[in-house]
Design a protein around this ligand. Sequence first.
Ligand SMILES: Cc1cc2nc3c(=O)[nH]c(=O)nc-3n(C[C@H](O)[C@H](O)[C@H](O)COP(=O)(O)OP(=O)(O)OC[C@H]3O[C@@H](n4cnc5c(N)ncnc54)[C@H](O)[C@@H]3O)c2cc1C
Length: 297
Amino acid sequence: MRLEKKVSLSKYTTIRIGGVAEFMSYPKSFEDVRECINISQWEDIPIFVLGRGANTIFGDFCGLIINTKFLNALKVKDVGYGLEVVAQAGVPLSKLVELGLRENLEGIYKLAGFPATVGGAIAMNAGAFGYEISNHLKSVKFLLYDGKIAQEHRENLEFSYRRSPFPEKGIVLEAVFLFPKAGYQTIQEYEIIRLKRKQSQPIQMATAGSTFKNPYPHSAGKLLEEVGMKGYKLGNIAFSEKHANFLINLGKASFEEVVKIINVAKKKVFEEFGIELQEEVKLIESSSPYGWKVCGA
Ligand SMILES: Cc1cc2nc3c(=O)[nH]c(=O)nc-3n(C[C@H](O)[C@H](O)[C@H](O)COP(=O)(O)OP(=O)(O)OC[C@H]3O[C@@H](n4cnc5c(N)ncnc54)[C@H](O)[C@@H]3O)c2cc1C
């Protein structure tokens, strides 16, 4: 398994911000992922599982980053009324979207137009236009932090808005989906969705998508807009003019600038509406109170 030291992280995230990671590994098999847990235990360092980095903003990370890009096997079986799809964690979500469009499958086409891996989408319970990745999920195979492999049916896993049991419960290795064939032409709905996304989101820019979760029943974007955060700039980072909940890296933004602008936005929204915004993006650095870390079991 490839193991790199002192890895500059900005190119591994869509917002292109990042310090340096002590180690990055590229497992090619489930056994390699187990080996990563062993390394983190021997070295007594935290681990972070990285997919496409589309929801992650890094500072320096004094630990091991497990990059899932080579866990990319995909199997498809026709089951008559639909397709059963077995996808490893590093498979790009766009592959499932393409398959869904080609085979006219229910739901999955709604997740078009944003970067993700299958593992990252499951961990985030990624969703759009009323559809979530967990909707047609049948089961998940994952590695527990004690090195054992487990498989759970969807019914035994708790998913909610941008929440799943992962990575806290374990590292997603593989997922089984059952996508029914749609009784309508999904391509037309897909075109509408594509256009809506293009009109309302800065998808061509260096961003990590929604910064904050929507605090039900409010829209985080609307609240941010009302307190004047749309287009608000702090050094090299700004909230987008197109969508107030998207942070944009204007060039060489730093992790510290991100933390600062997030705090300004949270303070303004709290003072105006008494609502505490919660980050959707994962802010990851060695000692950050915002980050999430798994310390080797
Ligand atoms: C332009 C743009 C638009 C977006 N629009 C949407 C949208 O409409 N809806 C939406 O839901 N999101 C959206 N996002 C956010 C992002 O695309 C999703 O959150 C996506 O699911 C992140 O996947 P990833 O592979 O990049 O995860 P990463 O950012 O790499 O990781 C995110 C989290 O998942 C964990 N994780 C990753 N892989 C695994 C694994 N194998 N096992 C366990 N945990 C794992 C990580 O540890 C981390 O906690 C958007 C992002 C961008 C840039």
